[in-house]
Design a protein around this ligand. Structure first.
Ligand code: SF4
Ligand code: SF4
Length: 1002
């Protein structure tokens, strides 16, 4: 309470705060202020993440042991702006609550009165006897928990274990735990009843052993895979346990299921007798629930063969020398399980089997898989009938993916914990889902299942949901919010697991959940829960014959160019927002380009999200609310621009989230406007598209020019002034929309920029590629002013262009990698568009390169994809392939180091980090351009190439990252020197004899 100026530690979890505290100590902030900052941070965490956007009443009561620290209630009062009442013994409120509950139960006659003598209780001697290992009972549980024996007054009590077994024994309660736990039944069906390891038919020729990783969707499709291979004469091998040594070799911080994938795969690789084959599919999509085009799985599931092969490269090549072959077909089941036929046949042929045999084996395998699914549903239906026969009973549906909620190695015994309390437990794929809706734009196949099941559970009076998720799960950061919205007031439990989750914490949460469910059912039967009535109507946008329009909350239809309407752009990097705003302004829109996000925007974003979503969503949410709360006029109709996509990453969920938020906060006359990347943002017509392209190209080029000026101008301040003036003139020309005038302006601007005095010639300036996630690499706050930091160290930043992403979307569209199909006419239009884009790119870049401040080469996606293709498949849509391809292409050729930056938990960034941590070395680089003499000279005696991966949560980088950045810069400086030397030597060698060195520069 002595703190006067507490630093802002935000509202992060303890792990982040620790590094913030270290930073504060280094900055010389005094102890009292640091402690005050910590106290505020605890209160902000509660206020932002637990309370969230629920309203606060007039009287605030605060309890719990935390209040013994008197600073906490004070800080909370300051945050909520209301007085807070703290009881005299805040830490004993739970005990008082229990006493009151006992009193109530005695009064109700559901508890018998007994006499206890406090002294006798206090005097009782408790002896701890030798613990034993639980054998698992008749359910054959194999967790082997250690159970304590406690002796009181000569009587021994077993105590502990991960389930309620010993509590039940002590209280003589008996449940058919095995029968109640249908998750266990599911595992039995998949791996035992319908899965197989060997074909019993003696006539079958033995073709060797094939390993299947026990990861991800194997936990659903094992019957299909295993029968297919055994029918062909292979013996199937699945790893029995995940090896910690394997998990430790992961190259990036992955979610728990991906960690397990490493562990199991390593077990396969370490088998004494090397396997002949390893089946490691790129699993792209599960069957679509709506016959639609997209039901993909998360990028980390899809990325499995790529990051595993990177992590265990050395071991795999050793095995390959001994004859092992790793088979990685693309399995895309969007159109149904039958679509597995093509990739499985391919694999069979690679393994030397005829297509005819393959087809026969597939028929049998498919039959087994479908029979397994059918039996799962039969079990589910009969369980529901049994449940409904006794309305007093409840059942819990486990909301999870097969690999995190339905298998022993991942679910931490949660289903068993519930079943041992007499509760029936159903995996979500046991309940009939066919007639249910999911949510619009739900492109994740597992998300479709989860939300369909949520609708069923919501409606069923005896079903309740337990959602098992994993720390840093990307899709769940959105899906859990949707799940809770569907549940409304119906209680549900969310358990977030990772390798450190402790049993005790789970037990408490489950107990509390079951108590809440009980109380809820009592309230429902007493009619004390009234349905929520919502009358709010949010604004919406639509395209009418290519003209964008908005409908207000009161139902008025307005053209989006109407004076009453403001089109707000979040900052996507200042220059890009400036450029796009100018183009829209030129089209008659009333545009506001929001300034780059700051601390206040970040805080507002965090307060209105779960903070588990990715940083761009948090910042763009904060931006929208910042404008509404601080700038929006009462009669203004606000349209917020938010692009979208169709997976497999989270970006496409942003605008759905925003629309839900507008509804939740009941923000009138606010609508979200979205053009899709899938149609290459064509929603607004060809002319708009063309001009937006000019704007994007120019903002990309000017971003790099700015960085070069920061690093290399003799007088930075006046050079930045020149830059700002020229950029403003370019924006005016962009708004004018006439290419001839734009060209004229660009010529004038490049002359002005060219006149800036520089410290050294352009080729001699060391350059760093800043690649990774498109928003974070451009946004000043997200990248923590990295460009400026690098400039201070003498490096110019080359930021991967936004144009690269647009060209990549076109590339995916062209090749059908994004599930889209073009008609003949669309193909012609698409080709014309590409030509026109290439023409403008060439022209704009040729002018801008005259500034002498930027290396404005034409962008081509094919070579980037080709460079990346030994490490990652083009069928894994998203930024990972671009990050891998451009880092390997550029390093040691144009730049002396690469930094891949992304938001905390960014899935594509983690995949590229895992791959590049292995691939950024001279051997791999030389393999991209084997005949390049200059490159060979540069990389002689160099092993690892400078590469750094950074995750940002919008707060200052922790010390560890700063230290890594220092080391990275030293290595980059060294590589730069080598690049310059090699280039000089090559130039000398190329020069005809007799020409002096100084003639070179003339
Ligand atoms: S991030 Fe989530 S959906 Fe993706 S692999 Fe991990 S647990 Fe599964
Ligand atoms: S690429 Fe990263 S930041 Fe973008 S949606 Fe995916 S996880 Fe989020």
């Amino acid at each position: 309470m002595k703190g006067k100026r507490p630093p802002n530690f935000n509202d992060q979890c303890a792990a982040f705060i620790a590094s913030d505290i270290k930073n504060a100590i280094h900055e010389g902030i005094n102890q009292e202020d640091i402690i005050a900052g910590l106290v505020y941070s605890i209160c902000m965490n509660y206020s932002n993440r637990v309370k969230g956007n629920r309203p606060v009443g007039d009287k605030v009561f605060m309890q719990g042991g935390v209040c013994y620290n008197r600073a906490i209630p004070y800080a909370m009062a300051a945050l909520v702006g209301k007085p807070i009442i703290v009881p005299p013994e805040p830490g004993l409120m739970g005990a008082y609550g229990v006493a009151l509950e006992v009193k109530k139960r005695l009064e109700m006659g559901i508890l018998d009165e007994q006499n206890f003598d406090l002294q006798t209780l206090a005097d009782r001697e408790v002896k701890y006897k030798k613990p034993f290992t639980c054998k698992g009972g008749k359910e054959k549980c194999d967790r082997r928990c250690e159970v304590a024996i406690i002796e009181i007054e000569g009587k021994k009590y077993p105590f502990g274990g991960a389930c309620n077994r010993y509590y039940n024994l002590r209280h003589k309660i008996q449940y058919d735990t095995g029968g109640l736990d249908l998750v266990r039944k599911r595992q039995h069906l998949i791996y035992e009843k319908y899965g197989t390891k060997r074909n019993k038919d003696k006539k079958n020729k033995f073709r060797g052993r094939i390993g299947i990783n026990k990861s991800f969707l194997t936990n659903t499709y094992y019957p299909l895979y295993s029968h297919f291979f055994t029918e062909l004469g292979f013996e199937v091998v699945i790893p029995d346990s995940p090896s910690q040594e394997g998990i430790d070799q992961r190259n990036a911080p992955f979610c728990y299921p991906a960690e397990l994938a490493h562990g199991f795969f390593y077990t396969l690789l370490q088998m004494e007798n090397p396997l002949e084959f390893i089946f490691l599919p790129h699993f792209r999509a599960v069957p679509d629930q709506f016959g639609g085009p997209s039901s993909q799985v998360c990028p980390l599931v899809q990325g499995e063969p790529f990051y595993l092969q990177a992590a265990f490269k050395k071991r795999i090549s050793e095995l390959e020398q001994k004859g092992t072959r790793v088979l990685t077909p693309l399995v895309d089941l969007t159109k149904g399980v039958e679509s597995a036929k093509k990739p499985l046949l391919e694999v069979a042929i690679q393994a030397g089997v005829s297509s005819k045999e393959g087809k026969k084996a597939f028929r049998k395998a498919l039959q087994q898989q479908m029979a397994c699914f059918a039996e799962m549903k039969t079990f589910g239906e009969s369980a529901l009938r049994e449940l409904e026969a006794d309305p007093e009973k409840i059942a819990v549906v486990i909301f999870a993916r097969s690999y995190n909620g339905f298998v022993d190695e991942a679910h931490m015994g949660i289903p068993h914990k519930l079943a041992s309390r007499g509760i029936m437990v159903l995996p979500l794929d046991f309940i009939p889902l066919q007639d249910e809706e999911a949510k619009r734009h739900m492109y994740w196949g597992m998300g479709q299942l989860l939300l369909k099941a949520a609708n069923i559970v919501k409606k069923h009076p005896q079903l309740f949901g337990t959602y098992i998720t994993n720390f840093s799960c990307g899709p769940d950061s959105f899906i859990i919010g949707y799940f809770r919205d569907i549940m409304g007031r119906k209680p549900s439990l969310t358990l977030e697991l990772d390798s450190h989750t402790a049993d005790a914490g789970l037990e408490t949460r489950i107990e509390a959940f079951l108590d809440i469910v009980k109380a809820y059912r009592q309230l429902v039967s007493a009619n004390k829960i009234s349905p929520q009535k919502k009358t709010f109507v949010s604004g919406r946008t639509y395209l009418e014959k290519g003209v964008p329009k908005v409908v207000t909350s009161s139902g008025h239809k307005l053209a989006m160019t109407d004076k009453q309407v403001t089109l707000l752009f979040p900052s996507m990097g200042k220059l890009a927002t400036d450029a796009i705003s100018s183009i829209f302004r030129g089209k008659g829109f009333n545009v506001v380009g929001h300034p780059p996000a700051d601390e206040a925007v970040l805080k507002l974003g965090r307060a209105n999200t779960s903070c588990k979503e990715c940083l761009p969503l948090i910042l763009t949410t904060g931006t929208l609310l910042n404008y509404i709360y601080n700038q929006k006029k009462p009669d203004e109709v606000l349209v917020y621009f938010m692009p979208t996509g169709s997976g497999p990453c989270r970006f496409g969920q942003y605008y759905i989230f925003m629309e839900d938020l507008v509804k939740k906060l009941e923000l009138p006359d606010v609508a979200i406007f979205s053009l899709t990347g899938n149609n290459s943002y064509v929603g607004l017509g060809v002319d708009f598209q063309k001009k937006a392209w000019w704007g994007i190209l120019l903002s990309d080029l000017m971003e790099d020019i700015r960085s070069m000026i920061l690093t290399n101008a003799v007088d930075t301040r006046s050079a930045v002034q020149v830059f700002t003036n020229e950029w403003n003139s370019i924006l005016v020309a962009l708004e004018g929309g006439d290419f001839a005038q734009l060209e004229a302006q660009l010529i004038r601007s490049t002359e002005a920029l060219r006149a800036i005095p520089l410290k050294r010639p352009f080729p001699e300036v060391p350059k760093i590629l800043l690649t990774g996630e498109i928003f974070v690499r451009r946004d000043e706050l997200s990248r923590q002013f990295l460009t400026e930091q690098l400039a201070e160290k003498g490096f110019a930043t080359i930021c991967s262009p936004i144009a690269e992403w647009l060209l990549y979307c076109d590339y995916s569209h062209d090749k059908g990698l994004d599930y889209s199909k073009m008609t003949g006419m669309e193909k012609v239009e698409f080709m014309l568009k590409k030509r026109s884009m290439a023409k403008y790119e060439k022209r704009i870049k040729s002018i801008m390169s005259r500034s002498g401040l930027v290396d404005a080469e034409q962008l081509y996606i094919e070579p980037i994809v080709k460079t990346a293709s030994p490490y990652i498949s083009p069928f894994l849509n998203g930024e990972a392939i671009l990050t891998v391809g451009s880092s390997l292409t550029e390093v040691a050729s144009h730049v002396c180091g690469a930094i891949a930056i992304g938001p905390f938990g960014c899935m594509p960034n983690r995949i590229s980090e895992a791959i590049l941590n292995e691939a950024m070395n001279s051997e791999e680089k030389l393999s991209t351009d084997p005949g390049n003499r200059c490159l060979q000279m540069t990389l002689m005696d160099i092993e690892d190439l400078p590469f750094l991966s950074i995750e940002s949560d919008g707060s200052p980088f922790p010390q560890l990252i700063n230290a890594k950045l220092e080391a990275f810069c030293l290595r980059a400086e060294r590589l730069h020197t080598r690049m310059i030397d090699a280039d000089r030597k090559m130039t000398i060698n190329r020069q005809p004899q007799g020409i002096f060195q100084q003639d070179k520069g003339a």
